[in-house]
Design a binder for this molecule. Structure first.
Ligand code: RFL
Ligand code: PHB
Length: 389
C-alpha cells in the first residue's frame, strides 16, 4: 500500500490532522492500536481554546460542537472560604468552550468514516522505518499478518506511550521531565454542576477542581497521593473529601450521586526535542505532556496539528520545505509557554509533601495577587484562553 501521510495514533491529534489534510486533498492512512470504542471510553479534556474550536470548524466537523458546547467567559479560584472569578471576557475579550474530548473524538471518527479514509484499528507492532531517508515506510501487524505502507511522511500522534518518539535515536533526542508528587482522582457523575464556571480550589487538604460536561454531567477532581488506588475511594469518600476542599457556600450546594467513571491520573511535565526527525513529525502527547491544571494538553496538541498541517500543505501545494524545516522550532516555542503555565498553576494550587511554612506563605501571596491585581489576572486569562498560534 502507498499513501502520502501515515498517521500513527487515532486520538484527537491524529484524527484532526487527517481531517484537515483531507480538506486539502492530501491522503492519509491512520493506524490505531486500540478499538474505536476503547478510544471513545477515555474521559479526558473538557476545555477547548478558540484556536482548537476554529480548527474543528476549518475541518468541517464543528456542527455538533457548535450546537452543544458551552461558552465560558471566565473561571473561579478558591482558597479556603474565599473565592474570586477571573473574567476572561471582561479582561481580554476572549473565552473558552466546554466540550468533552470524548465528544470531539467521536465527531472526528464519524467525519473520517464519512470521507472513507483508511483507518486500521487494533494494529500491533507498528515500526517506522527510514524516517531519516527519502523513502520512509511503516510496517504493522493486523489480523495476524504483517503489512507495509510506503509514504512521504509519518505523523507520530500516538501519545506518550507510543512508538514514534522512541523511533528518534537517543543521540538526537533530548527529554525534559518533571514528575509531580501527587495525582488527580477524577469522577464523572450525572449530577448538575455545582457552579456555572469551573472552580479551581486550593485548600489545606489539597487541590480540587469542579468541572462539567453539560447541565447534568459533572466532572470533579481531588488531588490524591501518587500511589493511591481507585479502589480506596468509595463515592461517599470522594464527595466528603471534595466538600472539605471547597468554600462552605459551594460545598452546601454540591449535588452528589453515583459516579459513572472514576480514575486516577498522574501529574507530569514532559517535553522531547526535536519534534521532527527527517520525515517523521511528533505531534501532541507523543512529544509533550502537561499536568492538567491549566487545561492545556489537548489544546497544545491542537497547536502542533496547526503547524504540521500548514507545513504539509505548503509542501504539497507549493513544493516549499520551509514549514517542514521549521515545524519543530515553531511548535516547541508554543509548547514551552503552555508547559510554563501548566507548571505554574500546578505549583500555585496544590499542596506539596515537602512544602515549608515559608512556601505556603509564598503560595498564598501569589494567589492573593491573582485575586486583587488586574495585571496578574490578564496574564492568567491570556494563558488560559490560549496564546496565539
Ligand atoms: P492521545 O489522546 O493519547 O492519543 C494517542 C493515540 O495513539 C494510540 N497509540 C497507538 N496507535 C498505534 N500504534 C501505537 N504503537 C500506538 N500507541 C498509542 C493510542 O491508543 C491513542 O488512541 O494523544 P493526542 O491525540 O496527542 O491527544 C492528547 C490529549 O489526549 C491530551 O493532551 C489531553 O487529554 C490532556 N488533558 C486535557 N487537555 C486539555 O487541553 N484540556 C483539559 O481540560 C484536559 N484535561 C487531560 C485532562 C488529560 C487527562 N488525563 C487522563 C491524562 C484531564 C485528564 C484527567
Ligand atoms: C475537565 O473538565 O476534565 C478539566 C477541566 C479543566 C482542567 C482539567 C480538566 O484544567
Amino acid at each position: 500500500m502507498r499513501t502520502q501521510v501515515v498517521i500513527v495514533g487515532g486520538g484527537p491529534s491524529g484524527l484532526l490532522l487527517g481531517q484537515l489534510l483531507h480538506k486539502q486533498g492530501i491522503e492519509t492512512v491512520l493506524l490505531e492500536r486500540k478499538t474505536r470504542e476503547y478510544v471513545l471510553a477515555r474521559i479526558r479534556a473538557g476545555i477547548l481554546e478558540t484556536g482548537l474550536v476554529n480548527m474543528m470548524r476549518e475541518a468541517g466537523v464543528a456542527e455538533r460542537m457548535d450546537r452543544e458546547c458551552f461558552v465560558h467567559h471566565g473561571t473561579c479560584i478558591s482558597y479556603e472560604n474565599e473565592m474570586f472569578a477571573i473574567d476572561f471576557h471582561k479582561l481580554i475579550g476572549q473565552n473558552v468552550v466546554v466540550y468533552g474530548q470524548t465528544e470531539l473524538t467521536h465527531d472526528l471518527y464519524d467525519a473520517r468514516e464519512a470521507i472513507d479514509a483508511t483507518t486500521v484499528f487494533e494494529v500491533e507492532n507498528v515500526q517506522i522505518i527510514d524516517a531519516d531517508r527519502d523513502a520512509p515506510y511503516v510496517t504493522y501487524v493486523s489480523g495476524g499478518a504483517e503489512h507495509r505502507i510506503d509514504c512521504d511522511f509519518i505523523a507520530g500522534c500516538d501519545g506518550f506511550h507510543g512508538v514514534s518518539r522512541k523511533t528518534i535515536p537517543e543521540t538526537v533526542r533530548k527529554e525534559y521531565e518533571k514528575i509531580f508528587p501527587f495525582g488527580w482522582l477524577g469522577i464523572l457523575s450525572e449530577t448538575p454542576p455545582v457552579h456555572d464556571e469551573l472552580i479551581y480550589a486550593n485548600s489545606t487538604r489539597g487541590f480540587a477542581l469542579c468541572s462539567m460536561r453539560n447541565e447534568n454531567l459533572s466532572r470533579y477532581y481531588v488531588q490524591c497521593d501518587q500511589t493511591d488506588k481507585v479502589e480506596n475511594w468509595s463515592d461517599d469518600a470522594f464527595w466528603d473529601e471534595l466538600k472539605r476542599r471547597l468554600p462552605e457556600a459551594i460545598a452546601e450546594k454540591l449535588v452528589t450521586g453515583p459516579s459513572i467513571e472514576k480514575s486516577i491520573a498522574p501529574l507530569r511535565s514532559f517535553v522531547t526535542e526535536p519534534m521532527r526527525w527527517g520525515r517523521l513529525f511528533l505531534c501532541g502527547d507523543a512529544a509533550h505532556i502537561v499536568p492538567p491544571t491549566g487545561a492545556k494538553g489537548l489544546n497544545t496538541a491542537a497547536s502542533d496539528v496547526h503547524y504540521l498541517h500548514e507545513a504539509l500543505v505548503r509542501f504539497y501545494r507549493d513544493k516549499d520545505m520551509g514549514g517542514i524545516e521549521h515545524y519543530s522550532e515553531k511548535a516547541l516555542a508554543r509548547v514551552w509557554k503552555a508547559e510554563r503555565f501548566s507548571w505554574s498553576t500546578t505549583n500555585l494550587l496544590h499542596r506539596f509533601p515537602d512544602q515549608s511554612d515559608f512556601d505556603l506563605k509564598m503560595q498564598r501571596a501569589e494567589i492573593e495577587s491573582l485575586h486583587y491585581n488586574e495585571i496578574a489576572q490578564r496574564w492568567f486569562a491570556q494563558n488560559y484562553v490560549g496564546l496565539p498560534y
